[in-house]
Design a protein. Structure first.
Length: 90
């Protein structure tokens, strides 16, 4: 039988641990919702200029992780975009 060597081996990190996405963030900052701030425009299906900012070139609604919109406002925004599409405003 072979005996296991009990030497002073350093534990090597796996490649996954070396990647930056698996490292904890040192700098965290709070993203504020542009539609929840004081003096923000009201989300409404008639406000076409505002709705066009949150639609891609292909006509898809941009996700909240890209636009930094809160979950509540994202629901309002998607509903008003769908209403505007229905009425052919967009």
């Amino acid at each position: 039988m072979k005996k296991k060597k009990s030497g002073n081996k350093k534990k090597t990190q796996s490649n996954f641990a070396k990647l930056s996405i698996f490292q904890p963030n040192k700098y965290k900052f709070k993203k504020s919702c542009p539609l929840s701030v004081k003096g923000a425009p009201v989300v409404d299906y008639k406000n076409v200029r505002l709705l066009k900012k949150y639609i891609s070139e292909n006509g898809k609604i941009l996700p909240s992780r890209i636009t930094n919109i809160s979950q509540k406002k994202q629901r309002e925004l998607s509903l008003s975009i769908k209403r505007a599409r229905n009425l052919a405003l967009i």
